[in-house]
Design a protein around this ligand. Structure first.
Ligand code: ATP
Ligand code: MG
Length: 362
């Protein structure tokens, strides 16, 4: 499949305008991985004048968290605050909640007929989740197995041409393309295709590692949060994984991965590359030469991160102080999302030979 890195789209179908759909699970506060892997790209595309749809994926949260939903509504609210804090502008983007647009469930059901169980079981993202969250494969629910079909419905309802996500989500975009192709082939032989085949858009950091060296993830507790204070950032960076063989300040270190030794590379160096691009090469050279001590390097990185996140923290404080404005943003987004989703479902029903919505009342 075509995957884009960093640049704006080089190719978009003439019949389908450039539009992005991308969401996040309301499973906790957002972290640097969400930011550099997806959110930063959303803001960049907004600034470039794209049509942005961003979905709080609350039904997706249920795949791994259905037993306890007590924090769900506050997590939804806080996630939208994080988005606004990162620079999304609700006048230019549609920020909505998945469960407020029931067409997601309807399209999910219809698309689920077009994919085999075996295809879903092969999706690497599911295997990774089973490994990371120590799940028992035999207990995976029907809904969890179908996660990626729901995600395809999310994307296709808005006819998104591009999906800016982190690397872990690329297999889901691939399935979305297959489902769009299959639907168009089966039901649109004598008409214009209903769905575009969307492309994943990756950033230069599509899989940021967490403090422990594995992928940074809300579920793994290895995160630096967008909302963390400078003190919290400094305390977390102190714990970050470096080269375990660099014990004394003047030992030479390995900033890059050493797969032969199972060393995934120094996490502090990865963050330096992203947030201190001008200085990272020098940091790496001094580390390799044994003239860089980890403790002051971590102190420096903490300051760089705190400065990079300062505007996000300031915007966060403003939106946090006005919860009813956030609720208005969501209500307005839900309305705008529904209008698009309803129009797409009319086309889907007509292509599949199902009765139009208007006929259902009778
Ligand atoms: P959870 O552990 O609950 O699944 P998460 O941290 O994986 O949470 P998601 O809501 O699943 O976050 O993902 C939101 C977006 O952030 C997706 O586009 C995903 O690909 C991206 N993303 C998540 N983690 C990273 C990461 N470590 N590096 C880059 N992108 C990431
Ligand atoms: Mg995830």
């Amino acid at each position: 499949m075509t995957v884009e890195r960093d640049g704006v789209a080089a190719r978009a179908g003439a019949a389908f305008p450039r539009r992005i759909l991308s969401g996040m699970r309301p499973t906790g506060r957002l972290h640097l991985g969400n930011y550099v892997g997806a959110l930063e790209n959303w803001v960049r595309l907004q600034e470039a004048g794209w049509s942005n749809f961003h979905m709080v994926a609350d039904w997706h949260m249920l795949t791994t968290g259905h037993e306890d939903t007590s924090a769900l509504q506050s997590d939804i609210h806080e996630m939208v605050v994080d988005w606004l804090a990162a620079g999304l502008d609700p006048k230019r983007c549609v920020l909505f909640v998945q469960s407020a647009v029931q067409e997601h469930a309807e399209l999910h059901l219809l698309l689920s007929m077009l994919v085999s169980k075996a295809r879903l079981e092969r999706i690497p993202t599911l295997k990774e989740q089973i490994r990371d969250l120590h799940l028992d494969e035999a207990t995976i629910s029907y809904g969890h197995l179908g996660y990626s079909v729901l995600q395809a419905a999310d994307i296709l309802l808005y006819k998104a041409s591009h999906v800016p996500v982190g690397e872990d989500q690329v297999p889901h975009v691939e399935l979305t393309r297959e489902l769009a192709r299959r639907f168009n082939f089966l039901y649109c032989q004598d008409r214009e295709p209903v769905f575009p085949e969307p492309e994943a858009q990756l950033t230069a950091f599509p899989r940021l590692r967490g403090l422990d060296g594995s992928r940074m993830s809300k579920s793994l507790g290895n995160t630096i949060l967008l909302a963390d204070s400078p003190e919290e950032i400094a305390a977390k960076v102190k714990q970050a994984y470096t080269d375990p063989k660099k014990i004394r300040a003047n030992d030479p270190g390995r900033p890059d991965a050493d797969p032969l030794d199972g060393h995934p590379g120094c996490v502090v160096y990865e963050y330096q590359r992203k947030f201190n691009p001008g200085g990272a090469a020098d940091v790496a050279a001094r580390c390799r030469a044994g003239t860089l001590a980890c403790v002051p390097d971590k102190g420096h990185l903490s300051e760089v991160l705190a400065a990079a996140l300062a505007p996000v923290r300031e915007r966060r404080a403003r939106w946090s102080a006005d919860p009813s404005a956030v609720r208005d943003v969501i209500a307005d987004g839900n309305r705008r999302a529904r209008a698009v989703a309803e129009a797409t479902m009319d086309e889907v029903r007509s292509a599949m030979g199902l009765k139009p919505r208007a006929a259902l009342a009778r």
